[in-house]
Write a protein that binds this ligand. Sequence first.
Ligand code: NAD
Length: 363
Amino acid sequence: MVIGVVKEIKNREFRVGLTPGAVSSFTRAGHRVLVERGAGLGAGFSDEEYVQAGAELTDGAAPVWAQAGMMVKVKEPIPSEYGYFRPGQILFTYLHLAADQPLTQALLDAQVKAVAYETIVGRDGSLPCLAPMSEIAGRMSIQEGAKYLEKTYGGRGVLLSGVPGVERGNVVILGGGTVGANACKMAVGLGANVTVLDVNLARLAYLDDIFPRQITTLFSTPDNIRRSIAQADLVVCAVLLPGRAAPKLIRREDLAVMKPGAVLVDVAVDQGGCAETTHPTTHDDPIFTVDGVVHYCVANIPGAVARTSTLALVNATLPYGLALAERGVEEACRADAGLLAGVNCYAGRCTCRGVAEALNLPY
Ligand code: NAD
């Protein structure tokens, strides 16, 4: 099969669909890979590296879209790319169609076989192509939070590790899932005092086991949340109710109990956020302050570390990409029901229940 990789043109997106290492996996398996010149530069991969991996370079995206049997991307196509769609072409990328009627319609009209990273299900019921981004966002939440605690950004001027003779900073993490556990790892590594709140006691027991004597776990109730955030220098919101908006666990009036200059990193902003005062921000303008609390609410945190994010994403997507290239969508999905769950559009039909329901389409 001919595999296509183009430069991501969504604003501030620097990741790329395949690394040179992944390209060589495809070429070794007998596939042809076309890469738009400069596609990997944002993630630190040169054209020469792609050529050494066996890719053929093209000038511009059009020849790639025109020849590829499967396009491997990172972000959903933007309207200027819709004209490239071809019937029967496989599009393998993040799509988030439930919130994007025009793109869904364009994919259906063009009869594209659209396979979305975010709905592929692993054998253990996990979402294997989403997890790496949660791992990165969780780790970044502490790095960014520590930065915005600095005085120049309006923070409290607290060093999370403390120093000999001076107390450590307090980090409170709401939600101990993938984001929360990774935030926990970073905060513990820095030497902060860490408290994790969750409603899942098994999850709290797991975290208590892997960070023995290093963290405090608390059952998540409004009272425990309010008392914890009152002591916090940094609060990380990492709660997820699958398929639903994030619950508003921190109300506007709760900010009054927090320390002036404390930082709130609302990672769950992509589901509406856990704080009533949250609204999405960008890497260009990441923070705002409400009632003395610095809010960091960037909706695509992994974009800041495009190289690590690309490598982590491709680790997760490569086995599925190779299966699709080798067997085609139909046969690859017959062999893997989890990959079938990734197929959102097929032959002009919406084949993902959640997307169909959200957009009122026949399923
Ligand atoms: P996850 O499912 O692994 O973890 C969510 C946790 O929240 C679970 O342990 C669950 O028990 C817990 N929870 C549910 N209700 C709770 C409550 N009332 N109080 C405390 N905990 C509660 O999800 P995840 O992968 O860690 O993702 C967390 C959020 O981060 C999601 O909204 C995800 O979309 C988002 N995210 C954002 C970015 C970004 O760039 N902003 C990147 C990756 C993920």
